[in-house]
Design a protein around this ligand. Structure first.
Ligand code: NAG
Ligand code: NAG
Ligand code: NAG
Length: 564
């Protein structure tokens, strides 16, 4: 904690942000400034040209309105600290922790500490904050589900949003874009659209550094563009814009496998730190870039045309270090699956010492991280172990929402050395599901990924794990008397899951041998000295890791919060 405080004192101890919402044709904004010295946030709500009779600003653990924290304003009165109970009834808190600073016209300003140690308040933490605004133009709000109440959920980072001078570009910086030209979004729920473009000539000829990447989302299509991934192709590929699964997609696009950026709904631009840039071009052959756009069209709207994509900011004045991106977490495999009916089921993906031994001698410095899971992902984090002891974390989001993913700057930078372990844990909530949630690519399947941005570049592109297939099969054979030759999804679906079975599976995940994906950029495995054969990464023993001495920042028994 000491270094964190030193950092805030040195640079800035104030940061700011806002959310916007249109309720009943009336724009409402809530702006805030964060003061790290006093550990408090000053919120200022502008209730618009037609201010409501009653207004609530709330914090929600995971996007539900019931059992959430609420700051209540009835026109003409003081701001009240309250909460929404499990039945959607608006209740006052026993302890009032919100201070009204000013009420002037349609503008109300109040102050709230990060943490109040009141179990009827939400503790503001770093990572995603899920907030909501609710308003009524008729009555004081008594219940949040009354039909005169307009409400909307919003996402932002309140803590950890400081600027890092990522804005200054070299004078010779230039931009180019890779966009879907007039893509006709199919009237289907899920479409993966692939755009292949060649690099501009100047970049082909001379090595450049990518120093910034901006999403370019066509105005009006924000709701369709769910996420994008940017790949570098090792072979020359004909230019293309079309469905990723189409027969006419150039077959050479198989070589577009090296991920250089990932963007998801809600996220802003990527800026590289002053000392590093992502290498691009300057090779003896023509280089192509592929942008894969995941369109989400749940209402199957037809006739939507899209020109979204990605803008690159590049410079020929190379920075000190080449940067890279590495994928941590779980292998996309149905071996990593989640039983139904679980409120909080955790699986961890391990980047084991046998793989980090391939890092550069001086190690790598992680400066940004993007956690990714699908619809049942609730809490995600990556822990850092050295000599088996937890020495820190790379990133943590306790209020993850698949609808608002973001790139988090990692400060101070995390130095990962040869022999360290990086363990990415994802906690899933499948309580609303009646069937097993399989690990995989589909939006209904689950993933557990941390894309880490770092320098200097290393040959490792993927460092992820799955439970060993043979161990999993013998578990189903011995414990559930199933035929071990059945496909893994069938094994999962043959069990009548209950909490005891789920807990047992959780214990198996934590101890069973691993199948590691320790991959180079070309998709090939690294050799493994510890394996029986040169490239054998099957049945690797899990590293022995101890997290006990790592101090938790807040003890929930001494200082409770609603979101514990
Ligand atoms: C919110 O309400 C829903 C439906 O009534 C219920 O299933 C859920 O458990 C409630 N959530 C909390 C936190 O009480
Ligand atoms: C940000 O930029 C200013 C002006 O260029 C410089 O004085 C300051 O040290 C920089 N801060 C960081 C964190 O790099
Ligand atoms: C484990 O099984 C899955 C299918 O369930 C398969 O995709 C994967 O390749 C297998 N892993 C290994 C290392 O054989």
């Amino acid at each position: 904690m000491k270094t964190l405080f030193a950092f805030f004192a040195l640079f800035s101890c104030v940061s700011a942000g806002q959310i916007l919402s249109v309720l009943n044709d009336n724009q409402i904004s809530v702006k805030w400034t964060v003061n790290y010295k006093t550990q408090a946030v000053v919120f200022s709500a502008n209730l618009g040209d037609n201010p409501p009779k009653s207004f609530i600003f709330g914090f929600s653990d995971h996007g539900q309105y019931n059992f959430s924290d609420a700051i209540i304003y009835h026109a003409g009165k003081k701001v009240l600290d309250g909460y929404i109970d499990r039945n959607m009834v608006v209740m006052p808190d026993l302890s009032q922790n919100v201070k009204t600073l000013r009420i002037r016209g349609n503008q109300i300003t109040f102050k709230r500490p990060f943490t109040t140690c009141d179990a009827q308040d939400y503790s503001i933490e770093s990572g995603t904050t899920q907030m909501f605004v609710a308003a009524s133009w008729q009555h004081e709000i008594r219940r949040l589900d009354d039909n005169h109440v307009y409400k909307e959920m919003r996402f932002a980072k309140i803590l950890g949003e400081e600027d890092d001078n990522f804005t200054e570009f070299e004078v010779d910086a230039r931009k180019f874009r890779v966009l879907a030209d007039e893509a006709k979004i199919p009237a289907e729920t899920t479409t993966y659209w692939c755009v292949v473009k060649q690099l501009p000539d100047t970049v082909q000829k001379k090595k450049h550094h990518v120093i910034g990447i901006d999403p370019v989302i066509e105005a009006g299509n924000e709701m369709y563009v769910h996420h994008m991934e940017v790949f570098l192709c090792s072979d020359e590929v004909k230019e293309y814009s079309g469905n990723c699964n189409s027969d006419v997609k150039p077959s050479a696009s198989k070589s577009c496998s090296h991920v250089i950026a990932a963007w998801a709904m809600g996220e802003g631009s990527i800026r590289y730190p002053q000392e590093a840039g992502l290498p691009l071009g300057g090779l003896r052959k023509t280089v192509s870039i592929m942008v894969e756009i995941h369109y989400n069209n749940p209402d199957r709207d037809s006739g939507v045309v899209d020109n979204s994509g990605v803008q690159f900011i590049v410079t020929p004045s190379l920075r000190q270090f080449d940067a890279g991106i590495m994928e941590l977490g779980l292998v996309y495999s149905d071996a990593n699956s989640i039983p139904p009916g679980q409120k909080a089921f955790a699986i961890s993906g391990v980047c084991a010492p046998e793989c980090t031994n391939n890092l550069p001698e001086e190690g790598i410095n992680i400066f940004a991280s993007q956690l990714h899971a699908h619809l049942t992902g609730r809490k995600l984090w990556t822990s850092h172990f050295r000599n088996g002891v937890k020495i820190g974390e790379v990133n943590r989001d306790m209020h993850y929402s698949p609808h608002w993913q973001h790139l988090q700057t990692v400060k101070p930078r995390v130095n990962v050395r040869r022999g360290d372990s990086l363990v990415t844990t994802c906690v899933y909530d499948t309580s609303a599901r009646s069937k097993t949630t399989l690990g995989g690519y589909g939006i209904e399947d689950e993933m557990c990924v941390n894309y880490v941005y770092y320098y200097p570049a290393s040959a490792i592109e993927v460092c992820k794990s799955a439970i060993s297939n043979s161990t999993l099969r013998s578990y189903f054979g011995i414990r559930h008397e199933l035929k071990t030759t059945l496909p893994i999804p069938e094994l999962y679906n043959s069990v009548d899951w209950n909490d005891d079975y789920a807990a047992e599976l959780g214990a198996l995940f934590n101890t069973a041998p691993l199948n590691m994906n320790c991959l180079k950029a070309d998709g090939n495995l690294f050799p493994n000295k510890a394996g029986t054969k040169r490239f054998d990464w099957e049945k690797l023993q899990q590293p022995k890791l101890y997290a006990a001495p790592f101090v938790k920042q807040r003890d929930s028994m001494e200082c409770p919060a609603m979101n514990d």
